[in-house]
Write a protein that binds this ligand. Structure first.
Ligand SMILES: [Zn+2]
Ligand SMILES: [Zn+2]
Length: 429
């Protein structure tokens, strides 16, 4: 550990100890006021207000929700910390004082925690001098949409000039106080494919006079996964699983139309790039043997998050100092999707798993019962702040060119305003 990381890291630890209650209150406020992707207007205003109060200058993203803010010296390397701010269209089923106040909306993926963590890092670091570069905090909208708000962040150019990006995601299968890491792919790509077959239809007594559409659907269902397995490197982890099949009504009539829907999941980023072309070619090859007309609707999802080894090493250093080696786990690769993978189009990235389980029955993401042990929030702040410090030190070198950052701490301004319960303050003593 270098003296800078040691000193500033200790400062963050102190800040977290002094602000546990405010961190919980912030997370509870966000939890009670969930908003859907690209509609996070109140959340964005809330974050702007908090950041401005601490002398920071947030800039909204062009999409109208979400924002970025730079913390630090304004010179030297730039590293990105990313939080997602949107909620899900699910009913909150919890009986807690901070349950969602909005019917049919719930922070069931822990994005309220991610947002609170990155807000905490921004405010904690803003209270310190001597940051060896700039920490660019990105509060991203619409993670739960396809292809995801991350595409807008990348397109907006706010990542330009930064050397790498980090994020974390709540993991309810891991106890609070522990952190999961993984080099390489940690989430999967998931695309959707709808195949429609059409033919003339006819009597089941005379299949030779028409196209037996049900037989054709059956061939696609059984042949495609097998063909696929011979076309793709098995290590790419590409799998096609059908979830719906619909055709016909009568036992003695060959239908004119049939439809298959399924998902294509891919563990490898390069293999994912070629997935659509390959699937279309295979569907057409099989359909051609049946005589049916075929139409493929292929909907691209998000790429896998592939963790850069060097960035994972920086996370690991920070995790060792934050929770100790005994609380550091190897995360399995999830088959779930996460749009942070788009950031890898422009820079190395790494996503860590933040343990949030507090005992009791197992909880899962995307359920109305999802909740976290709030001790995880402080762990997240300390982990990401230290990771950013390690990354700034590692990436310091000749100054980078690139667009000047949105947000700038050099323009600090104090605002006179009432201090709410969830206001953060400097540690005393
Ligand atoms: Zn989610
Ligand atoms: Zn999520």
């Amino acid at each position: 550990m270098t003296p800078v990381v040691e000193k500033l890291g200790a400062g963050v630890d102190e800040w977290v100890s002094a602000n546990q209650a405010a961190l919980s209150a912030t997370r509870r406020h966000l939890h009670a006021h969930p908003e859907l992707g690209y509609a996070e207007f109140e959340t964005t205003s809330f974050l702007e207000q908090r950041l401005r109060h601490h002398g920071l200058v947030p800039r909204r993203l062009p999409t109208g929700t979400g924002l970025t803010v730079d913390v630090g010296s304004g010179s030297g390397p730039v590293v990105v910390l990313r939080a997602d701010i949107d909620a899900l269209p699910l009913a909150d089923l919890k009986d807690v004082p901070y349950a969602s106040t909005r019917e049919g909306l719930c922070h069931a993926c822990g994005h309220d925690v991610h947002t609170t963590v990155v807000l905490g890092v921004a405010i904690a670091l803003a209270s310190m001098d001597g940051l060896p570069g700039t920490v660019r905090c990105v509060f991203q909208p619409a993670e739960e949409t396809v292809p995801g708000g991350a595409t807008e962040v990348v397109a907006s150019g706010v990542l330009e000039g930064a050397s790498r990006a980090f994020a974390l995601h709540c993991d309810p299968s891991v106890p609070a106080g522990k952190v999961g890491l993984r080099t390489g792919a940690i989430t999967a790509a998931c695309d959707r494919m709808d195949v429609t077959l059409t033919g003339p239809g006819g009597h089941t007594a005379r299949p030779q006079l028409t196209v037996d559409l049900v037989d054709a659907l059956g061939r696609l269902i059984t042949d495609l996964p097998g063909l696929l397995s011979r076309q793709v490197d098995p290590r790419a982890g590409m799998s096609l699983v059908w979830g719906a099949v619909n055709a016909g009504v009568a036992a003695n009539a060959i239908p004119q139309r049939g439809r298959l829907s399924g998902t294509v999941r891919v563990l490898d980023r390069d293999a994912w790039k070629g997935a659509e072309e390959l699937m279309r070619a295979l569907v057409e090859r099989v359909a051609a043997t049946t005589g049916a007309e075929v139409d493929v609707d292929y909907i691209r999802g998000v790429p896998p998050v592939v963790n850069d080894p060097r960035s994972v090493a920086l996370l690991r250093n920070a995790a060792m100092e934050t929770v100790g080696s005994e609380n550091l786990l190897l995360s399995p690769q999830s088959m779930g999707g996460e749009d942070f993978g788009w950031f890898a189009d422009v820079m190395p990235i790494a996503l860590a798993r933040l343990g949030t389980h507090g005992g009791g029955a197992p909880l899962d993401l995307h359920r109305g019962t999802f909740d976290v042990d709030e001790r995880a929030i402080g762990v997240g702040v300390r982990l990401l702040a230290r990771t950013a410090l390690h990354a700034l030190e590692a990436d310091s070198g000749p100054p980078r060119t690139g667009r000047r950052a949105p947000g700038d701490t050099s323009a600090r301004r104090a605002e006179e305003r009432r201090e709410p319960d969830d206001e953060f303050h400097r540690p005393t003593g």
